[in-house]
Design a protein around this ligand. Structure first.
Ligand SMILES: [Zn+2]
Length: 284
């Protein structure tokens, strides 16, 4: 397969993962106006082959706060082992598990062959990434050269319900949460997931200021991107923004169609769709 693009933000939506999400799964599906139809990993692999894209698979793990145990990281590792031509895998951790979470990061790198940690989610996991109690985790990820992907901005989880299922957005503001971590761990690569609305400018500023900070453009339909994001991604930040869909929330086809309608330079499109991610994952 000639890989034309790497979708750096893809969630599994198979029977196991849907069951583990508990009631949040159904709420998210309702919010995005989609039916909760399971897609087996083999089928997902075929879909990405048909698109001539690779997909970075990720899950999340918020058992401490939600009461729902996540699917073990071995599940994504198995999908990658079965379909190494299309899948790259990230491992999920629950930051409140402390030393266990730290050990899990090491296991993701050394035993499971995963290439990053994420998606971490301040609001859903009720934690501030810049709280020093979590610093051993970021240190561990940096030691194993694993980038960490943090959700930023508004969240779909809880959206459209009274009280937003109790999720608080303060944890998802890039400044100070991720700016502090990027400053304190220059050897760690941080991927800020999504355009960070309503803090898009914060994320753009960190990205301009700190070279270990990347932005994935997932989860927000390109036609609604703020003009400043298009401007910076098309110019000074062109080497550090990444294509991501956030499937099943947004279909890659829709993302690509709307991205094509935006005024990006051809050479920048190539970087966003493929080259920047290839460099991140050290692919030939
Ligand atoms: Zn997210």
């Amino acid at each position: 397969m000639q890989v034309k693009a790497i979708d750096v933000h893809v969630h599994l939506n198979d029977v196991e993962t849907i069951a583990a999400a508990g009631p949040r799964g159904a709420q998210m599906a309702a919010y995005f106006g989609k039916e909760q139809k399971p897609v087996h990993v083999d089928e997902l692999a075929d879909q990405y082959r048909a698109r001539e894209m690779m997909a970075v698979l990720m899950n999340s793990c918020d058992g401490t706060t939600s009461g729902y145990a996540a699917v073990p990281n071995d599940h994504i590792a198995a999908a990658v082992r079965k379909h190494p031509d299309v899948f790259i895998g990230f491992g999920a951790i629950d930051p409140w598990q402390g030393k266990l979470a730290q050990n899990e990061i090491r296991r993701c790198a050394e035993e499971l062959g995963l290439k990053g940690i994420g998606e971490l989610h301040g609001a859903r996991q009720h934690f501030h990434p810049n709280d020093a109690r979590f610093y051993p985790l970021w240190e561990e990820a940096a030691k194993h050269d694993l980038p960490i992907l943090f959700h930023t901005g508004m969240l779909a989880a809880g959206a459209g319900t009274r009280g937003g299922m109790g999720f608080k957005m303060k944890y998802n503001a890039p400044i100070p949460n991720l700016d502090d971590v990027a400053a304190d761990f220059p050897e760690l690569t941080i991927i800020a997931a999504h355009p960070s609305w309503p803090w898009a400018e914060q994320s753009l500023a960190i990205c301009q200021h700190k070279m270990n900070y990347l932005i994935d453009l997932s989860g927000w339909a390109p036609k609604y991107w703020p003009p400043s994001l298009v401007h910076y991604a098309n110019s000074v930040l062109q080497n550090r923004v990444l294509f991501g869909s956030d499937w099943p929330a947004i279909a890659p086809e829709r993302w690509v169609e709307e991205f094509e309608a935006l005024p990006f330079k051809p050479e920048v499109r190539q970087k966003i769709m493929l080259d920047n991610a290839k460099r991140l994952f050290k692919l030939p």
